[in-house]
Unconditional design. Structure first.
Length: 345
């Protein structure tokens, strides 16, 4: 277990209660991780439906899953996430039409993300290592009761669901639906009030060696959670909105885009509001910088190969979403590690 533990070792937060290593109880931890994976695969199956139907303005509930070729409903035992795809060798059981591997890939991806969130999203205090920890003891700097802190897991599961839907719809259609972006922003505000532990603020804590370091602490009251969430939505969308206004003016002046075109979609501005509503202002700013960096890093090889020109339209949503995921899983740790490095100099 030790090697596995060190794989996920977090930056220790000195001076916090519960900083001492807590013995992991492997069996219930493993059971919960397996449950996370199975639930994630099932949710991923539903997200496939959302990704396909939401941009077409179709209901995600009715009709049930059916084959796009022959129209026959897919029976439940042919609709088991991941397994059915491989059992049927990626083909419709009735007519044999091939199903895209992406359906199974999204199910696997969401299963993996659900496990990652369960393992890596400690609600408060940079020292909370694995999901198991929350069941064992009060957590972190604010002493959040374990059962309350556990609510952060479904909230962040919902968050990664939004990331997945936004990513694949943006890749397919170059849009991010309002129900995902604005709906996500509203959900972020409400859930941050209901589960303030999802919102982090950074506080300075004095370590055993007397050096001050930055540690993440959870919001304690519903007001604090709501305020941090609203601040995050504003801190994310305001700069992107400004980029859109200035960029549009600049490109139009140079005749690079038409009089009705914009330098950046409004969908991205609304989407970053949703990211900020869940991740707070530091997460929102990280998403903008990280999303731009990832977008350029992905475009450079394609440009070098001559497959893309500098000013080609690219979907920004997937890169924002990936940056959001990185911040959710490692952001507070990165910030803490950075301040440790800074303090050590
Ligand atoms: Zn069929």
């Amino acid at each position: 277990m030790t090697d596995f533990q060190s794989l996920f070792r977090t930056v220790a937060a000195p001076g916090l209660p519960g900083g001492a290593a807590l013995a992991l109880r492997p069996v219930p931890w493993l059971a919960l991780a397996v449950f996370s994976a199975v639930l994630g695969a099932c949710v991923g199956s539903f997200l496939n439906v959302c990704i396909y139907r939401i941009p077409l303005d179709q209901s995600v509930i009715r009709p049930g899953s059916h084959c796009m070729s022959c129209g026959k409903p897919i029976r439940w035992y042919h609709n088991i996430p991941v397994l059915s795809y491989f059992a049927l060798r990626g083909k419709c059981a009735s007519c044999g039409a091939p199903f895209s591997f992406r359906y199974a890939a999204v199910e696997l991806l969401v299963a993996f993300l659900f496990v990652l969130v369960f393992c890596l999203c400690p609600p408060a205090g940079a020292d909370a290592p694995l999901g198991m920890r929350w069941l064992a003891a009060p957590v972190g700097a604010t002493g959040v009761p374990a059962l309350r802190a556990l609510w952060t897991v479904p909230v962040f599961w919902l968050f990664v669901c939004g990331l997945v839907v936004a990513t694949f719809v943006d890749l397919d259609h170059m849009i991010i639906p309002d129900s995902v972006s604005l709906g996500g922003a509203a959900a972020g505000l409400v859930l941050s009030a209901l589960v303030p532990e999802t919102q982090l603020r950074f506080v300075f804590a004095e370590g055993p060696d007397g050096a001050a370091s930055l540690v993440a602490a959870a919001a304690a009251t519903w007001r604090e959670g709501l305020a941090l969430s609203a601040l995050g939505a504003a801190a994310g969308s305001a700069p992107l909105w400004l980029v859109r206004v200035i960029g549009t003016w600049w490109f139009r002046r140079r005749g690079r885009i038409g009089a009705d075109d914009h330098a950046m979609g409004l969908g991205d501005v609304k989407f970053i509001a949703a990211l900020g509503a869940f991740l707070g202002w530091h997460g929102a700013l990280f998403c903008i910088a990280g999303g731009a960096f990832l977008g350029v890093a992905a475009a450079l090889p394609l440009m070098a190969l001559g497959k893309r020109r500098l000013l080609d339209r690219i979907p920004f949503g997937p890169y924002l979403a990936l940056a959001g995921l990185l911040w959710l899983l490692w952001g507070p740790r990165l910030a803490a590690a950075w301040t440790f490095a800074f303090a050590a100099r």
